[in-house]
Design a protein around this ligand. Sequence first.
Ligand SMILES: [Zn+2]
Length: 360
Amino acid sequence: MPELPPIDSTYLVNFLVELLKTPSPTGFTSAGIECVERALAGFSSLTLAHTLKGALTASWSGQKDDHPRALTAHVDTLGAMVKEIKPNGRLKLSQIGGYPWNTIEGEGCQVFTAGGKTVRGSILLAKASAHVYGAQVSDTRRDGETLEVRLDALTTNAVETRDLGIEVGDFVSFDPRLEVTQNFIRSRHLDDKACVACLVSAVKTLADAGLQPLQKTHFLISNYEEVGHGAAAGIPPEVTELLAVDMAAVGEGQNSDEFHATLCVKDSGGPYHHGLSQFLRGLADAAGIPYKVDIYPFYGSDGEAFWRAGGDVALALIGPGVDASHNYERTHLEALLATTRWIVAYLLSDNNTPKSPPKG
Ligand SMILES: [Zn+2]
């Protein structure tokens, strides 16, 4: 394989930072989708469109179209909705996506009212003061009953909170608390904005080098992954291979780390497609991309959402190692560059499944 074109790491990090700063909890993702759309609109060879569900699609004609491909990453993140306005004017939350309640304690947040206003606040134990509640503060189980949103607004009762425009069903986003230090990116929502940034950077890498994908390629920036059905729609039926790009799970006993990309061969949904996984290993080996192979114990991907929806494709999953996932996450530029290079190598490669007949 010829040398891969160089990746603009400054662009990659800057775009990731912009996307991380754009709130997009599942169900309320239009700002995140628009952020990606603005970036992809700069590449004239892409044809952009929206699905009715609100996802963004981009298509790129390849040198060949006998085995069209798709790649997907998701822009939606964990978040919450206002479940109840309490008599003291504070809010109870209903979770969007799966995360332990204690991981959002102390975080700043925004409430998006139906009227288009934004109200700042923070998530705390209802009995938070150590001087008032003593040992209860550490002994209390964190859940939807014991945590509340303290609004940065003048309200002491439900009527005053409703006067702010807040109502049950309003979306709530958690502050990313983003910091970039020594090429570490520490932030909430690296799952999966890190991978969206890798996809966009891969497109830019090819475009800057005056290249196009070898096969016709569709991109799906999905917006309902965290609740399990993001890529169930939005992948064109002509597609024969799907590469899901999503974070790798780092922790005790895991192969993945913050300095590599990972090929996930199995997660809670079972094994991925062996042939396509082997093909991706070969690409990484040939290009000298630092990667790990791993199994994620509590994990599902948008690729599996497509499989479950009846998608008949070879499916594989790659992504950068993310520490403390669905918590206060962190990754390193090395993992992002490895993932982006892997995507670039895939885009420039010919099809993996010569024996299967083309569809259509
Ligand atoms: Zn994810």
